[in-house]
Design a protein around this ligand. Structure first.
Ligand code: THU
Length: 134
């Protein structure tokens, strides 16, 4: 299976495990690291609404827990017909571990709907470099 297919299938499988009883909007995310490993996460909501976390945050946490810290490619899969682009906070979370040209694929159950680079979704971003050359 080509690596993007594997990433897509992983995002779809983890989306089914999302805990989203309040929004009823399940999201699955799969990250491929430069070594080829895949890490996944889903959104986890909470009765105290603001405490819920996004799928991207879960996938990034799994990546770090697995001993990796660079995102080579990422798939975000939501529900419905509208493109499930990462929320603003998650664009910033991805930015911490990715490059401007890192592909972010937005998917629905039928496949990849549209692909962006990180720089397209978060131009002129603030990142670790802003804190390193002081
Ligand atoms: N959600 C994500 O998991 N990722 C995003 O980038 C957008 C939103 C989740 C959060 C919440 O559980 C549900 O989708 C509805 O906002």
């Amino acid at each position: 299976m080509a690596s993007l297919d594997a990433l897509f299938e992983t995002a779809k499988a983890i989306q089914a495990r999302a805990y989203a009883p309040y929004s009823r909007f399940k999201v699955g995310t799969a990250i491929r690291t430069p070594s080829g490993r895949i890490f996944a996460g889903c959104n986890v909501e909470n009765a105290a609404y603001p405490v819920g976390s996004c799928a991207e945050a879960g996938a990034i946490s799994a990546m770090l827990a697995g001993g990796e810290s660079r995102i080579a490619e990422i798939v975000v899969m939501g529900e419905g017909d509208v493109l499930c682009t990462p929320c603003g906070g998650c664009r910033q979370r991805i930015r911490e571990f990715a490059s401007p040209d890192t592909p972010i694929h937005v998917a629905g159950p039928e496949g990849i709907r549209r692909s962006f680079t990180l720089d397209e979704l978060l131009p002129f971003s603030f990142g670790p470099d802003n804190l390193s050359d002081r």
